[in-house]
Write a protein that binds this ligand. Structure first.
Ligand code: AMP
Length: 310
């Protein structure tokens, strides 16, 4: 690390400290705690963009010391996925974190995170199943395992996650609740390009032609949400939305679903806060996105009741 021992001191001057080991991270953490400071963690896989930086800003607004982790976690990539080609522009990331005035970058090696003999898998049932969990087998075990490690290593007061990866956010919330982890989990809304495309490190894989098609994912989600809000039937509108995605030019529509916003159980009516979630493939790129689907305003029995009272 650049000046391991004085990580906390460096951070105070606005300089970005870099920790490559858990021991270095803890030294900085302990120094901050001794000064009574609060600590926020922003876990990422790097190739930082405006979405990640929105998490950093939210953490700063909370007045905490901001630790950003960059770790391309092999355990959340399946066979045939893009682990080898996932972008790793560390020098650019460091520059962005300096500019954003983050306090510490935790960038461990694979050997630091998973030393020989590593045998533990953290698995969150229920909320991990279906949606991306059905298409990326083992993915959420990898996510839950690494997030559990990061939360224990960095021991933050609060950790920030993006709504962009909505199922991941719910997996993390469940994990933290089930294991009585003390960190508070905060969600940050999805940051988008001007045409609506959710910003993602994987968008660089898109060809120019694919980039033209990609915003249709958010457009269709928004259209379906609008029609559901107008009272149309979820089953019919989801089918129509899937057809609209297929005809927009995506090579495959993995899913377009209306789910309970918290449990992610299927929702057939707008009786509870919901989430519309979709995953599509576009050439070699997999894109995911989601939008909120508030419950229908209650056509309550109270009205006639009020009328009779009146
Ligand atoms: P990743 O580096 O893709 O693993 O993402 C790290 C964190 O940044 C996760 O909590 C993501 O949900 C969040 N994130 C990624 N893209 C966006 C975005 N466009 N808007 C908001 N948060 C995002």
């Amino acid at each position: 690390m650049a000046g391991t021992g004085d990580a906390a001191g460096q951070a105070k001057t606005g300089e970005l400290a870099i920790a490559r080991s858990v021991a270095e991270l803890r030294r900085a953490h302990d120094a901050w705690l001794r000064r009574g400071e609060r600590i926020a963690l922003v876990p990422t896989m790097g190739a930082l963009h405006r979405g990640h930086l929105a998490l950093v800003q939210a953490a700063q607004a909370d007045g905490a010391r901001v630790v950003v982790s960059i770790f391309v976690n092999p355990r959340q990539f399946g066979p045939g996925e893009d682990l080898a080609t996932y972008p790793r522009p560390e020098a650019d990331d460091v520059a962005k974190l300096r500019q954003a005035r983050a306090d510490l970058l935790f960038a461990p090696s694979v050997a630091e995170m998973y030393p020989d003999g590593f045998s533990t898998v953290v698995s969150v049932a229920g909320v991990s199943e279906g949606l991306c969990g059905a298409h990326r087998l083992g993915h959420f075990d990898g996510v839950a395992t690494v997030v559990a490690k990061l939360l224990l290593q960095a021991a933050p007061h609060v950790a920030y996650f993006g709504e962009k990866d909505y199922q991941q956010l719910q997996v993390v919330r469940r994990l933290v609740r089930d294991l009585d982890m003390p960190a508070r989990i905060e969600a940050v809304p999805t940051v988008r390009e001007a045409d609506g495309l959710a910003i993602s490190s994987r968008n660089i894989y898109l060809s120019a032609a694919e980039r033209q098609i990609a915003p249709a994912l958010y457009r269709v989600l928004s259209e379906v949400a609008g029609r559901l809000a107008a009272g149309r039937s979820p089953a019919a509108e989801l089918a129509r939305g899937r057809a609209a995605l297929a005809s927009a030019g995506f090579s495959e529509v993995e899913y377009l679903e209306l789910r309970d916003a918290e449990t992610l159980a299927p929702l057939t009516a707008r009786t509870r806060p919901g989430r519309l979630l979709a995953a599509v493939r576009l050439g070699r790129t997999r894109l995911i996105d989601n939008v909120p689907m508030p419950p229908a305003a209650r056509q309550t029995a109270e009205k006639p009741l009020d009328a009779t009272r009146g």
